[in-house]
Design a protein around this ligand. Structure first.
Ligand SMILES: [Zn+2]
Ligand SMILES: [Zn+2]
Length: 327
C-alpha cells in the first residue's frame, strides 16, 4: 500500500506492507485525511535526525475494514473519523485534566500515518477517539473532527461551558485561517459572540461570508491566538478587556521574548494555552458535526495522495484555505 513519508526533507509516497491486526483494534481503509497546520510545522522543521519519527497526517476519515474488539459500537463497513492520541486517565497529568501532557497521550498514535491507504488503530482509539460519522456529511467535512475538537478544548479552557448561557461574552479570534474560522464557528455553537480579525483582507472577507465580522472600537473579554505569529500578541493586548483572557493556540516561528509582565499584572490578564484535544472534546466535536451544529461545507481543496507535496506547497504559499487529501 502507499503512504507518505519524509525523506531527506522531501515528501515521498512510498510503498509498505498493509498494517496487520495483531492485537485488539481495527484496520481502517483511509478515504481521506486533512492537512493540518501542525503537519506543515513538522515538515518545515524536519531534519535528518527527526524525520524518521514524523507521522504525517492525523485528520483521518475512513471505513472500518477489519475489527477485533470487545467494544461493540463498531463493525466492518462503518464510516468513521478519529483523533490520533488518547490519554491514560490515571497519571498526575490526567488527574489534573492536562490530558495532552499525559505520556500515554504523546506516545499513542495511528500507524503508519494518516496519509496512508490503511491505518491500524488500537482498542483505546476505538474507546476514546473514533466516532461514527453521519453519512450525510461529505468526507472532507468529517475530516474536521480532530481540528474542531482542538478548538472545543480551547474554548473550554477559556472557561466556557457548552449549553450554558454564554451570550454576554464576546470573543475575538486573531488569525482567520481554517482553524481560526473553525474556532469562530465553535464559539458560536457555544453561544459566545464570536468576532475575527486578520491582517489579510481576503481572509477577513471570507470570515464575513461566514457571518463573522470585526469591530474596531470594541473590547473583547476573550481573545484566541490562532495565527502563529508574535505580531498577533500586540493586537490581542490592544483588544482584550482589562481582566480578560488570552488563549494561546498556536506555535510561533520568530524569537518573540514574551508577554510584558506589567501589562499582564496591572491589567490582571489571564494567559491560557490549549494544546490538542481530550477525548470528551472529540465526543462533542462529533456531535457538532453530525448534528450540523457546526457547518464546514466547502472549506477544503482536494488533492490526491500522489500530489500531497503540491498540497503542502500551496498551503505554505497561502494559495488555499484547507487541503484535504483523497486517498
Ligand atoms: Zn490537526
Ligand atoms: Zn495520563
Amino acid at each position: 500500500m502507499k503512504y507518505a513519508k519524509l525523506k531527506n526533507g522531501n515528501i515521498e509516497i512510498l510503498n509498505c506492507e498493509k498494517p496487520a491486526l495483531n492485537s485488539k483494534g481495527a484496520i481502517i481503509k483511509v478515504l481521506g485525511c486533512g492537512l493540518c497546520g501542525s503537519d506543515l510545522v513538522k515538515i518545515k522543521h524536519a531534519n535528518k535526525e527527526n524525520e524518521d519519527k514524523i507521522v504525517l497526517g492525523h485528520e483521518v476519515v475512513g471505513i472500518i475494514e477489519e475489527i477485533n474488539s470487545d467494544i461493540s459500537d463498531y463493525k466492518k463497513g462503518d464510516i468513521v473519523a478519529l483523533g490520533h492520541h488518547y490519554p491514560c486517565f490515571n497519571c498526575e497529568f490526567c488527574k489534573n485534566k492536562s490530558y495532552s501532557m499525559c505520556r500515554t497521550f504523546k506516545q499513542s498514535n495511528i500507524f503508519p500515518a494518516g496519509f496512508a491507504q490503511y491505518i491500524r488503530v488500537d482498542d483505546n482509539h476505538l474507546k476514546y477517539t473514533v466516532y461514527k460519522m453521519n453519512t450525510n456529511l461529505k468526507n472532507d467535512e468529517m475530516a474536521f473532527l480532530e481540528p474542531l475538537s482542538c478548538c472545543i478544548r480551547a474554548i473550554e479552557r477559556a472557561g466556557f461551558k457548552y449549553k450554558e448561557d454564554n451570550s454576554k461574552h464576546s470573543a475575538l479570534v486573531i488569525g482567520l485561517g481554517s482553524i481560526g474560522l473553525l474556532m469562530m464557528k465553535a464559539l458560536k455553537a457555544f453561544g459566545v459572540n464570536a468576532y475575527g480579525y486578520d491582517i489579510s483582507q481576503a481572509r477577513q472577507e471570507l470570515a464575513k461570508n461566514h457571518g463573522f465580522s470585526f469591530i474596531e472600537n470594541k473590547k473583547y473579554d476573550t481573545v484566541f491566538l490562532t495565527a502563529g505569529h508574535s505580531k498577533t500578541i500586540e493586537t490581542a493586548l490592544k483588544y482584550v478587556i482589562d481582566g480578560g483572557k488570552i488563549i494561546v493556540f498556536s506555535s510561533i516561528e520568530d524569537d518573540f521574548k514574551g508577554f510584558s509582565n506589567n501589562e499582564i499584572y496591572y491589567r490582571e490578564l489571564s494567559i491560557i494555552s490549549s494544546y490538542s484535544p481530550a477525548p470528551s472534546d472529540i465526543k462533542l466535536s462529533a456531535e457538532f458535526l453530525n448534528e450540523n451544529k457546526v457547518n464546514v461545507k466547502n472549506l477544503s481543496t482536494h488533492y490526491k495522495l500522489d500530489n500531497l507535496a503540491s498540497a503542502v506547497d500551496d498551503s505554505f504559499k497561502n494559495k488555499i484555505f484547507k487541503a484535504y487529501i483523497e486517498i
